[in-house]
Design a protein around this ligand. Structure first.
Ligand code: ADP
Length: 179
């Protein structure tokens, strides 16, 4: 599924983010930036040890990465030249600022993508796995944040949302069509 906002193409697919041929992929990391399960583990496995080395150097320089923030490394062996490691909020009922933190994570990823001159970027569904954020609410926040940022003409040609299961794709697709 595709749609154009401003001069940016928004694309929705089902797939594995490690295989996307885009300039930058986003990782749903944790605050330690030292790897984990889910999409984080998949990215480090596919991209090789260089990504973790860069993450360690970043942590040594600036400490852990709080929820809502993101950092960028190279892509190691991935097709993507960059990995943007975003830390989403852990779901805790919804009244502890989770929405704003998730929104910040998306916005900060897009800013970092622009700062490294990426013209295409792919997102997984940040926080909706181990971190337990309800997926429909998260997808709405993701679409709103991305749409707002690309409304102003920017240098992003494509923003891709990569869902990892048919169920997640269907939730995303319903919102993608209606917004
Ligand atoms: P979080 O801790 O932020 O919730 P997870 O990695 O547990 O992060 O899950 C985030 C989302 O990433 C989930 O929807 C999960 O199904 C999905 N996911 C896991 N592996 C991949 C992959 N290789 N490509 C794309 N999405 C993935």
């Amino acid at each position: 599924m595709e749609r154009i906002v401003g001069r940016t193409r928004l694309v929705l697919v089902e797939g594995d983010i490690t295989r996307q041929e885009v300039d930058a992929i986003v990782n749903a990391a944790n605050a330690s930036l030292l790897g984990g399960g889910g999409v984080d583990g998949a990215i480090h496995r596919a991209g090789g040890p260089q990504i973790l080395d860069e993450c360690r150097a970043i942590v040594a320089r600036q400490g852990r990465c709080p929820a809502g923030q993101a950092v960028v490394t190279g892509g190691g062996r991935l097709k993507a030249r960059h990995v943007i490691h975003a830390v989403g909020p852990v779901w805790d009922g919804g009244s502890r600022g989770e929405d704003d933190l998730l929104r910040s994570a998306y916005i900060n990823c897009l800013r970092l993508a622009l700062s490294v001159a990426a013209s295409s970027v792919a997102f997984p569904s940040i926080s909706t796995g181990a971190y337990g954020f309800p997926i429909e609410r998260a997808a709405r926040i993701a679409f709103d944040a991305v749409r707002e940022l690309v409304q102003e003409p920017c240098r992003l040609d494509e923003v891709r949302f990569v869902t990892f299961s048919r169920g997640d794709l269907l939730v995303y697709a319903r919102l993608f069509e209606s917004t």
